[in-house]
Design a protein around this ligand. Structure first.
Ligand code: PLP
Length: 427
């Protein structure tokens, strides 16, 4: 059986392997629920971007929110990658993982003054500013600190990324970015503000995008703006085209990073902008297919009547992996050890007390209680969106390289979950 996604996740005989490690062995060593990642899958995803941009001034800024575990960030930092952060918490993480602040960009619609100050003190490369009000605040914070804030405006190119509405961000009516029509005026204003240095322009049109055309539409709209802005005498050093490239969960056929960048470069060069520093902010496409969520089958619950549902109850739940419950996302679920038995159709569900707590519906699986299942393509927006709902400790995480594996995050204990809580005084 061949699996979609990354070649580092494959069967060898009846065993699901992550690189040179049998996933059942990882489950036995580290327990479940368990997130397991292939280091080489992450690095080869990154190198596809790096190769496509080789020989040009560029910076790839991994979008930290896709998977913010320190060892993941460290892996990318050591490979020369920069980072796209959306909070001071993420700033602390990337610095702890060894990132150079000069390769960090700060995005997000709701940066607080304290977060701005922290990022200024750290010396981040650029703030991607998302509103006129934010620009004023940043100017005031930078002036007070006696520092300069380098900025791009995140412009909203008003293109349809043709993805799920919750992860489409480049349309009018999204909360993100500055409207296309306002951009020239806001740039002029930015250039006049104290504490602000205009360095670039930024857009990010959505996530899990599986076509090239929305990107080409966006780059055209952004280049129109670049030309209009530079006609006013301002200089834009870099062009940041955001992230959003999709991955294969089931039968999606997204372009490769190389094909996407090739098409964008062709357009950018055709319009005479080939000299500019290019930046990208990929998240999902660097880590998504590199990770699996491993769960143990706790109980099989056959339906009472012949046309009802059979349930496969596992020890991972919506708190570990939100995507199915939140976006009705379809994620492939496979046994970690193949059985030579007829499959039965199950809804794979977790222990959380919500009917929305499912990982997959109507899945044909040959499994017994005690077997392990792997949810594939779970490296992005998995652990980073995990919660403690139902007072469930978050899963452990392990990084695999060849036949080696390292625990990169311990499973949370109950005591850790209520650390910092206080009982009321006795009376
Ligand atoms: C989430 C996000 C990204 C990454 O998106 P992916 O779909 O994971 O590649 C990049 N830039 C910004 C501003 C984001 O909010």
């Amino acid at each position: 059986m061949t699996l979609p996604g990354s070649p580092q996740v494959a069967y060898r005989g009846d065993r699901l392997m992550l690189e040179g490690c049998a996933v059942t062995d990882l489950a036995a060593s580290f327990g479940t629920p368990l997130y397991a990642y292939s280091r080489s899958a992450m690095l080869s995803a990154l190198s596809a971007y790096q190769q496509a941009l080789e020989g040009r001034d560029h910076l790839i800024c991994y979008a930290v929110k896709a998977n913010s575990s320190l060892a993941v960030l460290q892996t990318f930092a050591q490979a020369g990658c920069g980072f796209d952060i959306v909070s001071a918490g993420e700033l602390s993480r990337v610095l702890a993982a060894g990132a150079q602040p000069s390769k960090v960009v700060f995005s997000g619609v709701g940066k607080t003054r304290a977060e701005m100050r922290q990022a200024l003190d750290a010396g981040v490369m650029c703030f991607n500013v998302e509103s006129e009000a934010e620009l004023e605040t940043l100017s005031s914070v930078a002036t007070q600190a006696g520092l300069m804030a380098r900025i791009s405006l995140r412009v909203n190119p008003d293109v349809d990324a043709k993805t799920h509405p919750y992860i489409s961000t480049g349309l009018k009516g999204n909360k993100f970015g500055i409207a296309h029509e306002r951009a020239v005026a806001v740039y002029a204003h930015a250039a006049a503000l104290p504490g602000i240095e205009v360095v670039g322009i930024d857009c990010h049109i959505g996530s899990q995008i599986t076509e090239i055309s929305p990107y080409l539409d966006a780059v055209d709209r952004v280049l129109d703006l670049v030309e209009a802005i530079e006609a006013t005498g301002l200089r834009l050093h870099h062009l940041d085209l955001g992230g959003g490239l999709g991955i294969t969960y089931t039968d999606e056929k997204p372009p490769s990073a190389g094909d996407l960048i090739g098409a964008l470069l062709q357009r950018i060069e055709a319009r005479g902008h080939g000299h500019r520093k290019l930046m990208f902010e990929p998240g999902r496409s660097l880590v998504g297919n590199a990770g699996v969520l491993v769960a143990e089958v706790l109980y099989l619950k056959p339906s009472d009547d012949h046309d009802g549902k059979n349930f496969c109850i596992v020890d991972a739940a919506m708190n570990d992996l939100m995507r199915p419950a939140m976006y009705e996302a379809w994620m492939r679920i496979v046994p970690c050890r193949l059985r030579d038995e007829a499959p039965v159709t199950y809804d794979v569900v977790g222990p959380v007390c919500e009917s929305g707590d499912w990982l997959g519906r109507d899945r044909a699986l040959a499994v017994h209680a005690g077997d392990h299942l792997a949810v594939l393509s779970a490296g992005a927006y998995g652990m980073s969106m995990a919660s403690n709902y139902n007072t469930r400790g978050r899963a452990a995480e392990v990084m695999v390289s060849g036949a080696e594996s390292w625990l990169i995050r311990e499973r949370e204990t109950p005591a850790e979950l209520f650390r910092g809580e206080h009982l009321l005084p006795a009376r």
